[in-house]
Design a protein around this ligand. Structure first.
Ligand SMILES: Nc1ncnc2c1ncn2[C@@H]1O[C@H](COP(=O)(O)OP(=O)(O)OP(=O)(O)O)[C@@H](O)[C@H]1O
Ligand SMILES: [Mg+2]
Length: 471
């Protein structure tokens, strides 16, 4: 077989005709050079000129040990040991090359050396850039990691949105101090959750956070609720008196929720406590000192209320030391699916069966505007997980009003369900009334012409408030 190959090859190449050999060598895209025993360059192919940028005539006849004394080719000549796929640097040309070199023999005698190599400067340059980019990336990663981590109590607060993260970082900083915090944001956006997280990461976390819902307590009771009362302070008062929320919160945190719904009289009393950290119980004369941290929250526009004369500016400035403005869900849509998954997991635990969202439902959730924010999202998913008896929540399990019209007509027709239509219209009317009354619930219920009880029941029913906000 081998002799056959040899015969075919030798019959094709006329013996001693170097022209054919040169043609082959000149058509190779890698550099080929041949040196003789005293390192004189006796052959260089066309690729040599092309790749190294040096005319062949300039190198033929020159000694490689003078041009490039450290060349691999010289070492191979000296040692007679071939080298394969080795990388080296040509000082004279300032390029990186990779290739193979092997000795040439005439019979048993070494007569020179041949090197075949390619220029890998571009690759080396790319590698260097890559190394540098990697270095910069590692540096930035390190910097990011060094940036303050949120305390573990913030894990409860779901959301990765960059605007939200900024607020959470500020909240984590302020949590460590005793500063008053004012949490602002639309209804259902997570103000109470944030208040709890701030309290839990503060040094007061061994003591309770006492919540006062300023909107839900009737005007004539709020004073005794906040400050407590002495024995016999008024008819119907409990024997022995009662501690108010401020005393209960001593050494802990008081959370004044819906602060924008407090009457002007109460605002004046609250201002005094914030300034002096002391108060008297109803029917009492003895001043009581308390050590409290105040967190207040509202969905009302306090600055607008100041302009309208319904909120005291001095109280506002007392409260507005560190304002934390929570972004509405429609402006952090990147968090919707994460929140949805966490809630679904929670409901799955309660209901005992795992559920996922169909891709269409994911799209619907992401395109809806969420006027009721996270609470509305949670309520809708709770409803969906109850009505869904298998593993995938589809648009059939969602309330009609959140489904865009063009999808609605293609899914199971529900638009004749009169209860659902009435509920959807009623919810829209309530939300518009709240909006028109700058979220003042008393004004909204008057405008709607319904009783306070029925108003609050509806707010709860439509997920605009949760049960803890019921009067
Ligand atoms: N970031 C969050 N991570 C997990 N759950 C959240 C988050 N934000 C809100 N929620 C959930 O959404 C619901 C509403 O949150 P919360 O009561 O804190 O809102 P709010 O801003 O105080 O509303 P309102 O103005 O009506 O009082 C709660 O069930 C809460 O558990
Ligand atoms: Mg709240």
């Amino acid at each position: 077989m081998i002799s056959n190959v040899h015969a075919v090859t030798t019959s094709f190449f006329p013996r001693w005709d170097p022209e054919v050999l040169f043609k082959i060598l000149n058509n190779i895209h890698d550099v080929v050079i041949v040196i003789d025993l005293d390192t004189t360059i006796v052959f260089a192919n066309k690729a040599y000129a092309k790749i190294l940028g040096v005319p062949i005539a300039k190198v033929i006849g020159r000694r490689l040990d003078i041009i490039e004394p450290n060349a691999k080719t010289i070492e191979v000549l000296r040692t007679s040991e071939s080298s394969y796929c080795r990388r080296s640097y040509l000082n004279s040309l300032r390029i990186n090359v990779v290739g193979s070199t092997f000795p040439l023999y005439n019979g048993k005698n070494i007569i020179g050396c041949v090197s075949i190599f390619k220029n890998i400067n571009d690759v080396v340059e790319l590698n260097r850039e890559l190394d540098q980019t990697k270095g910069v990336a590692d540096y930035l990663k390190e910097q990011l990691e060094q940036e303050e981590q949120l305390p573990s109590s913030f894990e409860e607060y779901i959301g990765q949105n960059s605007r939200l993260k900024k607020i959470l970082k500020l909240a984590a900083k302020v949590a460590k101090t005793d500063s008053t915090v004012l949490i602002l944001g639309e209804s259902g956006v997570g103000k109470e959750v944030l208040a709890r997280v701030v309290h839990n990461s503060s040094s007061r976390n061994k003591r309770p956070m006492i919540k006062v819902n300023c909107a839900a307590i009737p005007e004539d009771l709020i004073e005794s609720e906040l400050f407590g009362y002495e024995d016999g302070a008024f008819t119907g008062a409990k024997k022995g008196g009662k501690l108010g929320k401020f005393e209960l919160a001593h050494k802990g945190t008081i959370f004044l929720d819906e602060i924008g719904d407090m009457s002007l009289t109460m605002q004046a009393k609250l201002l005094r406590i914030l300034q002096e950290k002391e108060f008297e119980r109803v029917g009492g004369t003895r001043p009581i000192k308390v050590d409290i941290r105040v967190i207040a929250a509202t969905n009302r526009n306090l600055e607008k209320m100041i302009e309208q004369g319904t909120f005291r500016s001095d109280l506002y400035y007392r409260l507005n030391i560190v304002p934390l403005l929570l972004t509405p869900l429609r402006e952090r849509k990147d968090d919707i699916l994460e929140l949805a998954k966490v809630f679904l997991k929670q409901f799955a635990g309660e209901l005992g069966h795992e559920m996922t969202l169909s891709p269409q439902v994911e799209k619907i959730l992401q395109s809806y505007e969420w006027p009721g924010n996270i609470r509305e999202l949670k309520n809708i998913l709770e409803h969906a997980s109850i009505v869904c008896s298998d593993e995938v929540i589809t648009s059939d399990h969602l309330p009609a009003h959140i489904i865009p019209k063009k999808i609605r007509s293609s899914v199971k027709e529900k638009s004749f369900d009169i209860k659902e239509i009435v509920a959807s219209v009623e919810k829209d009317v309530i939300l518009s009334a709240l909006n028109a009354c700058n979220n003042n619930r008393t004004d909204a219920l008057k405008a709607l012409g319904i009783s306070r009880k029925s108003f609050y029941n509806k707010l709860h029913q439509y997920g605009i408030i949760d049960h803890s906000s019921l009067p």
